[in-house]
Design a protein around this ligand. Sequence first.
Ligand code: UDP
Length: 329
Amino acid sequence: MKVLVAGGAGYIGSHAIKQLLASGHEPIALDNLYRGHRAAVPHEVPLVEADINDTELVAKALEQFEIDCVMHFCALTYVGESVERPLDYYHNNVAGMTSLLRAMKETAVRRLVFSSTCATYGEPVHMPITETTPQQPINPYGRSKLMCERILADELATDENFAYVALRYFNVAGCAADGSIGEDHDPETHIIPVILQTALGRREKITIFGDDYPTPDGTCIRDYVHVEDLSDAHILVMEQMQPGWGRKYNLGIGAGYSVREVIDAAKRVTNTDIPVETGPRRPGDPPSLYADPALIAEQLGWKAKITDLDRIIETAWAWFQNHPDGYAD
Ligand code: UDP
C-alpha cells in the first residue's frame, strides 16, 4: 500500500517508515521538520516538507502519491509543555487533525491510523487499563488527543466508507534493533534517554520524580512498549482495516515497571553506576499506568514481542552509544 506517514521524520514515524519498507509497502513521509530530523527518513523515501495545517499541500501530496492510507504521527507530545502552551497543542494536534481530515476527504483517501495515547485516560483508579476505562485526561496534551478521537468518531458518522483506528500508546521506548535510527528529542525528558545520557556522562545524574507513591518501591509504574512492536501494530491495523471501522486499541506490553526498575535495568545493560538522586514528584504523573492489551490481541492478533525491559533498553543503548549527539552525528 502507498502510505502517507505524517510526522515521518519523528521518533515513531521514522520507525514506522522503516517497518513499512521492510514489509513491502510504499511509505511517503510528510513532516514540517519542527522536531523531526531529515536524516531519520531513508533516502529512497520521498519527504514532503509541509505542515499538517497546510490542507492544500497535504491534499496535493495525497493526490500526487496516490495514497491508500494515512498514518498520523504529527503531534506535540510533552505534558508539561502542553500546560504552558495549550494553544500550540490545540492548534497543532486538534486543528492539524481537522486539516488532515479535510485533505483526506477532498482526495477520497478514507483510511487513517491515528496515534492516540494513554494520557487520554488521565488518572484511572483500576489497573490494567482497558479500552473501556473512562477517558478523563488531566492535561491539555491528553485533552487534545481525546478531542481528536471524538472528531474521528464524528467524521465516521458522516461517511460509512471512512475508516480509522486510534492506537492508544503507553510509554514508547527503544530504538531500531539494527541501530540505524533512534530517539532524538529536544528537549529530552523521557526517562530511558535521560538515564542513558547520564550513563554516557552527558548529564550529571538522573532524578527520580518522587519515591512516595503508593507503589511497591514508591516510584511510578509505566508500561514500556518497544517502538518496533508499536510500528508493527500500525501495519497490521492498516492491512486489516475495513470501511466503517472506528476502533480504539491500547498498545502496551500489559505489565508495568517502576522508575527504580528501569534505572536498575539500565545499570545492568550499560554496566555503569549511574548517579541517581530522588526529587519531588512531577506534577501530573499518575502513580501507575499499564495496559490491558487483550483486545488487539484477540481481534487482530498483535502482541508485543519484546517484553523484557533489559532488551528494550539494550536497543536504545546501542543507538545512544553510537549517536551521543543524536542525528547531529
Ligand atoms: N521520570 C523520572 N525522572 C526523569 C524522567 C521521568 O523519574 O528524569 C519518571 C516519570 O515521573 C514517570 C516515568 O519516569 O513516572 C516515565 O516518564 P516519561 O517522561 O519517560 O514518560 P511519561 O510517562 O511522562 O509519558
